[in-house]
Ligand binder design. Structure first.
Ligand code: UDP
Length: 244
């Protein structure tokens, strides 16, 4: 599926220029295609990590779908003169996919977050999406990949949500995707916490005004250290834009 569309480059990360609906459609196509593919949803912070870390950049660009999570990426692409259609937050992409997967009785493995969260998310998702099968769950705090990969393979899951934070989850999917036997792996950061209800998304007003990042900062001030990357991202985009 890679190479179907021209990717829009934002500081070395190539984004697929798709709406949320188109991205979900593409995700379902991948689920019906032989072979393991993975989806990533980078925000400006991850783009900045990729600028400094070639292994992370390779893992991110190696995804079958690279979706722009976060208003910053949309602004950055516009500033570079190559606008993207719309923001595609990972958690919303996941919700669309879950609806479709439930309709087809597909099975999902949930990997990541603190012990107990994936199980709770599984219960909530089964209630919310009747027909969805949960193949298995595992928390995101483990030493060896081997036993987890084997557990996923044994479970026969069609898809895996890999929620280990970035760039850990992107590296994990690039390294282990094919061995899991699943067709689609999605790197979704803190989504399991949202599905489990342990973390709330920003209210609609904040999301509609591109302020979800600010809401998240207010609810978890420890994110400040990470968020310093956002102004750096904008500075780098401006610099790149001038070169054009
Ligand atoms: N996490 C994990 N294993 C780790 C580090 C983090 O499972 O070794 C989980 C963490 O518990 C959280 C998620 O990864 O559920 C990352 O959430 P964060 O809000 O940082 O991700 P974002 O959505 O901002 O990318």
């Amino acid at each position: 599926m890679r190479g179907d569309t021209v990717r829009i480059d934002v500081l070395g990360v190539g984004f697929d220029n798709l709406t949320l609906a188109e991205a979900a459609e593409r995700g379902m196509e991948l689920l019906h295609t032989e072979g393991a593919r993975y989806v990533v949803t980078p925000n400006p912070e991850i783009v900045e990590v990729c600028r400094e870390d070639p292994a992370a950049r390779e893992a991110v660009n190696g995804a079958a779908l690279v979706l722009p999570d976060g208003i910053g990426v949309i602004k950055g692409a516009a500033m570079l003169g190559t606008p993207l259609k719309e923001r595609v937050p990972g958690v919303e992409f996941a919700a669309r996919l879950l609806e479709r997967m439930a309709g087809e009785g597909k099975s999902l493995y949930l990997l990541g977050a603190k012990p107990g969260v994936a199980e709770l998310a599984a219960e909530r998702l089964k209630e919310r999406y009747p027909g969805l099968r949960i193949a298995g769950t595992h928390d995101g705090y483990f030493q060896d990949d081997g036993p987890i990969v084997e557990d996923i393979r044994q479970s026969g899951a069609d898809a895996v949500f890999v929620c280990l934070g970035a760039p850990k989850q992107e590296l994990w999917m690039a390294r282990n995707g094919p061995a899991t036997g699943a067709r689609l792996l999605c790197g979704l950061g803190g989504s399991l916490d949202v599905f489990a209800g342990t973390v709330k998304r920003a209210p609609k007003f904040w999301r509609d005004h591109g302020l979800e990042w600010f809401y998240r900062l207010c609810s978890d001030p420890r994110r400040l250290g990470r968020m310093i990357k956002l102004p750096m991202f904008l500075i780098h985009v401006k610099r790149e834009g001038r070169k054009k």
